[in-house]
Every structure is written in C-alpha cells, then in structure tokens.
Design a binder for this molecule. Structure first.
Ligand SMILES: Nc1ncnc2c1ncn2[C@@H]1O[C@H](COP(=O)(O)OP(=O)(O)OP(=O)(O)O)[C@@H](O)[C@H]1O
Length: 233
C-alpha cells in the first residue's frame, strides 16, 4: 500500500450549466519519503487535488488514503486532527499573519498541534535565526516563504503540501526555497508534494505526476532526481 493513494477522485463544483469537474477521475500514488511534483497547466485541477489531500476540501467521489487512513470518508473531527497533526501547508503567497513576528507566526501554528517542534529551532533550520523578531513586512519574499515553511515544519508533519511555493519569488530565491524543500524531504524523511506549472521542476522529483483536465495523464518515477543547482528555467 502506498503512503498516498488518490484513487479515481472526482470533484464537481457548481450545478446545471455551471457544473465543472475540477477533478475528473484523477488517480495517483506517492510513497513515503518521496518528493512528488504535480505538474499541469492552469485549471488542470492541481490545487483542488492538493486541497483534498490536505483535508481542506472533499472529493465528490473516489477514495483518498494517507498512511492507510481513508480521509475521503473521515468525519469532521478526524479531519480537524488530520489537518492539525499530520499535514503542513506551504502557499504561494506565504499567508503569514502580518502583525505577528516570524517567531510568533510559527508559535501560533504549534499551539494547535499535539506533537510540535521547538519554533526557534525550526526557524534556525530554515536559516532564519537572526530574523525571529521581524514582522513579515520587514522580510524579503524568500524569507517570508522560509517562515511559512518553518511554520509548516514546526507542526512535525508527516506530509508537506506545497502549492506553487516559488510562484511569487525571483529565480535564485525560488531555487533556494526548492533546495530547502528537497533537503527537508531527504534529511527529515518528510513526504513532500509540490504543485507547479513550471515544467523545469520535473527533474527534481522522485515522482512526477502530470495533470490535464482533472485527470492524471502520466506518472513516472525518477531514479536520479537532479540537484536543484542543475535545474534551470
Ligand atoms: N471552489 C470552486 N468553485 C468553482 N470552480 C472551481 C473551484 N475551485 C476550482 N474550480 C475550477 O476547477 C478547475 C481546476 O482548478 P484548480 O485551481 O484546481 O486548477 P490548478 O491546476 O490548480 O490551476 P492554477 O495553476 O491556475 O492554480 C478550474 O477550472 C477552476 O476554475
């Protein structure tokens, strides 16, 4: 049994003429400790898949299992625990609380988790020891994304879900963030799923999942993922 099993998932929004299948029978799997890249054009259903995996949206039909647990048929109480304890989320635009410092943003997330890590140590891990007392507006985009990664990691999640994590960053900063995510996967053993429309990221993945029109058109394993430094776009 794979760590993530996303099987024949349909997600329908709207009704009647406005009905749209954001996911239309999507099937893929990811093994524990892998770095998976979900690649597809705008509107392919990538974010919908990630939100369902994160317990923030639900499938209209199909089955989603994470670590043997069927989250597609879980009750709301179970989903609350799942979101708090098992999943870390990294968004394109960081979503930090503007009037809290870097440290406070991470502390806030750890307060609702049963098994969290030390916020200060986690910020050190992402290279931000010197910026603990800074507010988001006093940090660069790359630093803000590091805070958001620390916020996700401090929950001590089994699964890190990243939606276009470099979408708002310049080229070099984006590469540093990707390196950090790859390091967390390799060093901490966290399963990482990155959603992107940037085809260059395919080469860094252990597993590449291609999305088109709400379906998975290809899933390939890459025995020798490229170091981020060698990836260009
Ligand atoms: N809450 C919603 N209500 C209605 N339609 C939605 C909703 N969420 C997504 N959709 C539609 O579902 C389709 C898939 O959207 P989704 O955001 O998953 O694609 P995506 O691959 O992540 O695209 P992008 O890269 O542009 O974010 C799109 O046509 C979108 O408009």
């Amino acid at each position: 049994m794979a760590y993530i099993e996303f099987t024949d998932v349909v997600r329908t929004y709207g009704e009647g003429d406005a009905k749209i299948n954001a996911l239309d029978g999507a099937t893929f799997e990811v093994e524990k400790g892998e770095l998976a890249v979900i690649l597809g054009q705008s509107g392919a259903g990538k974010t919908t898949a990630l939100n369902i995996l994160g317990g923030m949206d639900s499938a209209s039909s199909g089955v989603v299992r994470v670590d043997g647990r069927d989250i597609s048929h879980a009750g709301e109480d179970d989903l609350v625990l799942y979101r708090r304890a098992d999943v870390g989320f990294v968004f394109q635009f960081y979503n930090l609380v503007p009037n809290l410092t870097a440290l406070e943003n991470v502390e806030l997330a750890t307060q609702i988790c049963p098994d969290s890590l030390d916020p200060e140590e986690t910020l050190a891990k992402v290279g931000l020891s010197a910026r603990l007392a800074n507010f988001p507006a006093q940090l660069s985009g790359g630093e803000q994304q590091r805070v958001s990664i620390a916020r996700a990691l401090a929950k001590n999640p089994k699964l890190l879900l990243c939606d276009e994590p470099t979408g708002a960053l310049d080229y070099q900063t984006g590469k540093q963030i990707l390196q950090l995510l790859q390091d967390m996967c390799r060093l901490e053993g966290i399963t990482v799923v990155i959603v992107t429309h940037n085809a260059a990221l395919a080469d860094m993945a252990d597993r590449l999942i291609r999305f088109k029109s709400g379906r998975v058109t290809a899933m390939t394993r890459n025995p020798e993922p490229k170091p981020i430094a060698e990836i260009e776009w």
